[in-house]
Design a protein around this ligand. Sequence first.
Ligand code: ARG
Ligand code: ZN
Length: 466
Amino acid sequence: MRSKRRGVAMLATLVTVLACSPADAPTPPAAADRRAGAPGIGDPDFPSDGNGGYDVSHYDLVVDYTPTTKRLDGVATISAAATQELSAFNLDLTGLHVRGITVDGAPATFTRAGDELTVRPGRAISAGDPFKVKVTYTGQPKPAKDNANLGTYGFIPTSDGAFVASEPNGSKTWFPSNDHPADKATFDFTITVPAGVTALANGEMDEPPTTSGGKTTYRWRERHPMATYLATATLGRFDVRRGDTPGGIPNLAATDPKFRDSLDSLYTVSGEITDYWSEVFGPYPFSSTGGVVDDYSAGYALENQTKPLYGGFAPDEMIVAHELAHQWFGNSLTIRRWKDLWLNEGFATYAEWLWAEHKGKQTAEATFTALHQRPESDPMWAYPPGRAQPDDLFNQSVYTRGGMTLHALRRAVGDHTFFALLKAWTAEHRYGHVTTEEFVALAERLSGKDLGPLFDAWLFQPRRPA
Ligand code: ARG
Ligand code: ZN
């Protein structure tokens, strides 16, 4: 699902093609190439992430995983619509062995090059047509590793299962996908594991798991559009507590046995915070909330949709407030380009400060003032958070200076307009995609102020704003 304006974009492409006279065209590519979907979705910072030429609406993932052998057997059925005529198209997939692919039930041929899986259906798919790709695959998933900044992410095998956290582009380590947030889709998960292992995916289980022949199958469903990096199938031994938040939202907390002591507080705090954010940011966008603590020291947490995942630590209230704020900022409202990451991390960081303020600890104003006093030499001032750098996406500036940007805005427009803006922002783009330009435009519209200089100083200048 690539929300809105798709028809217009397609038309524009057609017009461009038609307007381009053969005389000024360089050597035309082979006809077959012109009908092949692009190997990237068009994010200039991550040119091979995602793919062009189609738009996924649904992933049906059937996965069998055995922790002792670390072997995964998968069948991914991807429902998509062609946005151009397609003689071939790509999926993203790292490692793993592809056993076979069908497109609309007919065998397709495929080739692989790095993380690109190129699928060639028996006959070309017409522009606008829906189609279903079924990929049968197997192997030992290997997580993505980036020693510089991102650490280890994707499908990470653990002694009792797997820790699955895929931001920014680790979904391709465990299922073939259009692995970029610009294409969101709904998900069904059918996960089979040895009996005694719990499978925790996004959304809800409509039916209880079934066990036979020493294996248990869990069926999870996420009915709301989700970016691929938020998809999880975290597996292992877990203690689980379920119920509803005081406000009535289904709530599930799960902890690895090593973190059993934090199960009740994770459950209670996640419920309380989900309810509070529902008042501050607008109605909770999904059908359930919760959190998962696994015994893997990732060095980070991830806001997996409906089930934030905490890597090897019992989370405090601040980080729970952060990951749950992402359910609005990042998950319901999703960035089209990674450069706009402050729309996720700056907002979730500011939410931490709002939570402290709500709890009568430190006001956001006090937090802002203390941070603003950091010396000119602090690296945060040299990194403009409004333009996340591809080699250092999760820089502290994107979080902290991103959060400060929102406080500077709150000071400029006043509390009434600021909190109305947060709600209008989540309402206008619920389940959709967002850009920094859209946020600035809405802030200016609601406040009636020219906020260009403020956003420019806070988001785009390599120095400390006055
Ligand atoms: N979005 C996560 C958070 O703010 C951070 C994810 C970092 N990803 C990574 N591969 N290190 O909590
Ligand atoms: Zn975050």
